[in-house]
Design a protein around this ligand. Structure first.
Ligand code: NAP
Length: 517
């Protein structure tokens, strides 16, 4: 049954069509909107940079300009921080109830669901992601908003049994205040909702800085947050080009009005932000780069392992932080696994992500193309075997790279040691479980790992010994709002999603009621 969704007193502007969504089994119809914005959002208003500067966003599939947004600097960001601070303290957001926050997040979630097609169009245009993957990311990203809308009402404290009869001891959780959120281009929607909905559920206000390459998706989400009715100053988004990213990051880390930083991106930038937060002993959550091992033991179901390898490696053209980065394949099944995987790789459909059936789009920018090309050339020169691919695909566009499989990796090759962030399968052959674990753990990164085995004892042993924050066991796609996402070692601190995602944005206050009679 289709019903018209009623979202209380809010009204939609600039409706363009009819959107359908099924939410919790209920079909909804609602007018959809044009969501592409060309201004940032501060204190409930759409604004340009004070300097008047803008920068262009291009489609990586054809390098055509698809929009412009304000190139904001520290003056603009100071204003956004001030508005988030005032909204939290002076305008009373810190006194909002969990029920009110949950209701706003639910409204936002419904609007995000209904406008999936328009958000996906924008995301594919600015990130190059195939449209089916954009829709997949939207489901994933929206699920955080729904999840944290639900979690908002379960941020429980504790009453602690006291050692003295005349005392009562309570632990309550309070929002930290303003949260500065810095996000990357590879998941332009989900990295924002995973942070912002947890922060808002906890009772914080937010200042979001999306990546230079993908601000349009961020602004589309913001348009819907505005429609959902968050009070002025609770939700702020500032856009900037790469030249201003470092000074904005430093301001967010050092401003006394910002209580917490949450960053997703490279380990190099994460390390810098961590240092910048140290002066003010500022709380920081870091979701950083990975170097995921993908181990296939000889007892594995090879069909499942090949499917898992394709899912883990080629999603978003290999540009995900949990993409399999080093394939470790046991000696006895090595050749068979490579043969089956190569057949699947050859069948991938490459092209502009907005076209039907495309599975591999372009890389995000020239610097990514140069990096992937350099890694492959380095491996070739040092004696690796290219089984398939290994070149740029200029017939599709300047940013396309061929899905590639390379064997005979050695530990002096960059492909072996560093995060590739591209459509390249690099394979290491191993003989024993101990050897596989030694290779897998010989990395300072520890975000995700994967292994395939049908030996129950081995499954338990390897799960315990693999040094990563997340493990896919006979599974290549592991992300979910219900799961705790995060790494160990240099892959980060803190967890996002799950019930633990809220902890990044609350502190525990201990209340001791004494002298009770
Ligand atoms: P990045 O260069 O670190 O950029 C991430 C964000 O930080 C962007 O908004 C960027 O702005 C901003 N930034 C750059 N330099 C900064 C500075 N000095 N101070 C403050 N902010 C700064 O990373 P990326 O290349 O966009 O993303 C790829 C990396 O992210 C990979 O290593 C990947 O593994 C990691 N990642 C991790 C996760 C996770 O959950 N663990 C998820 C996705 C991606 P500009 O765009 O304007 O430069």
């Amino acid at each position: 049954m289709a019903i018209l969704l009623s979202l209380g007193r809010f009204t939609l502007g600039r409706a363009v069509g009819v959107g359908f969504a099924k939410i919790n089994g209920i079909s909804l119809i609602r007018r959809t909107m044009h969501l592409q914005q060309n201004q940032a959002f501060v204190n409930g208003k759409w604004v340009g940079a004070r300097s008047g500067e803008t920068f262009e966003i291009t489609n990586p599939a054809n390098e055509q300009v698809i929009g412009t947004v304000p190139d904001m600097d520290v003056d603009d960001v100071n204003e956004a921080i001030g508005s988030a601070y005032d909204a939290f303290y002076d305008k009373g957001w810190h006194n909002s109830t969990a029920k009110e926050r949950a209701a706003l997040l639910k409204k936002w979630f419904h609007l995000l669901e209904i406008n999936r097609q328009e958000i996906a169009r924008i995301m594919t245009a600015e990130s190059g992601k195939p449209i089916a993957e954009s829709l997949g990311e939207i489901s994933y990203g929206n699920s955080f908003v729904e999840w944290f809308a639900e979690e908002a009402r379960r941020i429980y404290g504790e009453i602690v049994p006291t050692p003295q009869a005349n005392r009562q001891m309570m632990l309550v959780k309070q929002p930290v205040g303003v949260a500065g959120l810095i996000t990357p281009w590879n998941f332009p929607h989900a990295m924002i909702t995973r942070k912002a909905s947890a922060a808002i559920a906890a009772g914080c206000t937010v200042v979001i800085k999306p990546a230079e390459d993908t601000p349009l998706t961020a602004l589309a989400l913001t348009k819907l947050a505005e429609e959902a009715g968050f009070p002025k100053g609770v939700f702020n988004v500032i856009t900037s080009s790469r030249k201003n990213a470092a000074s904005i990051g430093e301001l967010l880390c050092k401003s006394e009005k910002v209580a917490a930083i949450s960053f997703t991106g490279s380990t190099e930038v994460g390390r810098l932000l961590y240092k910048q937060c140290s002066d003010g002993i500022k709380r920081i959550g870091l979701e950083l780069g990975g170097n995921a091992p993908f181990i296939v033991f000889s007892s594995a179901d090879l069909d499942k392992a090949v499917t898992g390898a394709m899912n883990s490696k080629f999603r978003n053209c290999g540009q995900t932080c949990i993409s399999a980065n080093r394939f470790l394949i046991q000696d006895e099944i090595h050749d068979e696994f490579i043969a089956r995987l190569t057949e699947k790789i050859k069948a991938l459909k490459i092209g502009d992500g907005s076209h039907d059936g495309v599975q591999i789009g372009p890389l995000i920018n020239h610097s990514q193309v140069n990096k992937v090309t350099e890694f492959v050339e380095d491996a070739k020169q040092k004696g690796a075997h290219v089984v398939y691919g290994g070149h740029q695909l200029s017939q599709h566009g300047a940013l396309f790279f061929e899905p590639t499989i390379i064997t005979h990796l050695r530990d002096d090759m960059r492909l072996y040691k560093e995060e590739i962030f591209g459509p390249v399968v690099s394979v290491i052959r191993f003989k024993t479980e101990e050897e596989a674990l030694q290779i897998a753990n010989a990395s300072q990164r520890g975000l995700a790992g994967y292994f395939y085995s049908n030996d129950l004892n081995q499954v338990f042993r390897v799960s315990k010994l693999l040094e990563t924050g997340m493990i896919g066991i006979n599974e290549g796609l592991i992300s979910s709002a219900e799961a705790a996402f995060g790494g160990i070692k240099e892959s980060g601190i803190g967890r996002e999603g799950s019930k633990y995602g809220i902890d990044e944005y609350v502190y525990i206050k201990y209340l001791c009621y004494g002298s009770l009679e």
